[in-house]
Design a protein around this ligand. Structure first.
Ligand code: SF4
Length: 363
């Protein structure tokens, strides 16, 4: 089943393997005031990467490019991927969102040093308030110079497939621990409304290209985002495309994640699941977390921190406890400390993430 050109054109992200993770809880598109066009269509099965229908090859009716079938990925894992794969075979991991200021080498170095030796990798991706970042390969190289493994977030909004293939090659050269493949927020959100969105590929197609380039591949899925009853099915197709790991968006606590993992297992897929754990230490980081799309937090989580007599201590206690609850769920391969700092508090935030990892004592 190939998605019709009409359907792709009516999706602001031109997705083949929709819907994206930004569907509002009432089914509205994240970008415009209409219902997400993928909600009434069956889950699109993995069928390879088609030429962009608007490209010369697409307009000429060229065939779908069939990459390797599931579990027949011909390229050997690059060393960073192999090392992370080996580590994940022995114990759960701790991943921390990278809190450094964008295009700021000093901040990047300071934050990397605060995390090195404490977390297993840092997830360095996109930020709605700072869309311009160092190029992914360059940023990964700078961070890894501080002995901190990088799990690069790569989106389809800012680069076409040719540029993405170049980045994947660069990231393989750098030897990143993983590549997190997302379709990405539309430019209608975030701080660069002046930019044109690309969306030549989507997350499922990018996952396939990343796997072909020798990477350990992760994707995101949001269990509470419509269509809730088909989120696990969509994950299944991403796994068939090449995903090894699923970062589970903030879904309100342990039980929704446990259910989502069980549904995925019932469909015959068992990637490593890494739930997002809300990383909040003060009012500034709470405000930033609230800007995340389709965010659901455990009841009372934020209030319990922000209204505590000692919010910082309460935060570390609550975050560590939630991590431990996730790590006890069968199928969970690690936790992702997910959030961002108040402006100016980047290094302190990195240190707090390191403190949570220290408390977990997995290393
Ligand atoms: S919610 Fe996402 S997938 Fe659905 S129509 Fe909008 S951009 Fe496309």
């Amino acid at each position: 089943m190939v998605v019709s050109l009409e359907l792709r054109r009516s999706c602001p992200k031109h997705m083949e393997y929709g819907p994206c993770g930004g569907v509002e809880f009432d089914g509205t598109c994240e970008v415009a005031e209409f219902r997400c066009v993928f909600l009434e269509t069956p889950t699109v099965p993995w069928h390879g990467i088609a030429p962009n229908p608007e490209s010369p090859a697409g307009l000429a009716g060229a065939d779908v490019h069939h990459l390797a079938d599931a579990h027949e990925f011909p390229v050997e894992a690059q060393p960073g991927a192999a090392a992370m794969r080996a580590l994940m075979a022995t114990r759960p991991i701790v991943v921390a969102d990278f809190p450094g200021r964008s295009v700021d080498r000093a901040s990047l170095t300071e934050c990397a040093q605060a995390l090195a030796g404490r977390v297993d990798a840092t997830l360095a991706g996109d930020s709605g308030r700072s869309r311009v970042q160092f190029s992914p390969s360059y940023r990964a190289e700078l961070v890894q110079q501080q002995d901190l493994a990088v799990w690069t977030g790569l989106n389809c909004r800012d680069r076409n497939r040719v540029a993405l293939e170049g980045e994947l090659a660069g990231l393989a050269g750098v030897g990143v621990a993983g590549v997190h493949c997302v379709t990405g927020d539309h430019t209608a959100t975030g701080n660069r409304h002046d930019a044109l969105p690309v969306f030549d590929l989507d997350s499922t197609q990018l996952a396939a290209l990343a796997r072909q380039a020798g990477h350990l591949v992760s994707v995101a899925e949001a269990p509470l985002t419509p269509p809730v009853d088909r989120r696990a099915a969509r994950l299944r197709e991403k796994v068939l495309a090449g995903a090894d790991v699923c970062f589970v968006n903030h879904a309100g606590g342990v039980e929704p994640v446990r259910r989502f993992i069980a549904e995925s297992h019932e469909l015959g897929v068992a990637p490593g699941f890494i739930p997002c754990v809300p990383m909040v230490i003060d009012a500034g980081s709470a405000a930033l977390l609230k800007s995340f799309t389709t965010l659901v937090l455990p009841d009372g989580f934020l209030d319990g921190i922000l209204h505590a007599a000692h919010p910082f201590t309460a935060a570390l206690d609550a975050i560590t406890r939630l991590c431990e609850e996730f790590l006890a769920v069968p199928g969970v391969a690690g936790v992702n400390l997910s959030g961002g700092p108040a402006a100016g508090a980047e290094a302190a935030f990195a240190d707090a993430m390191g403190a949570v990892a220290d408390r977990l004592g997995l290393r």
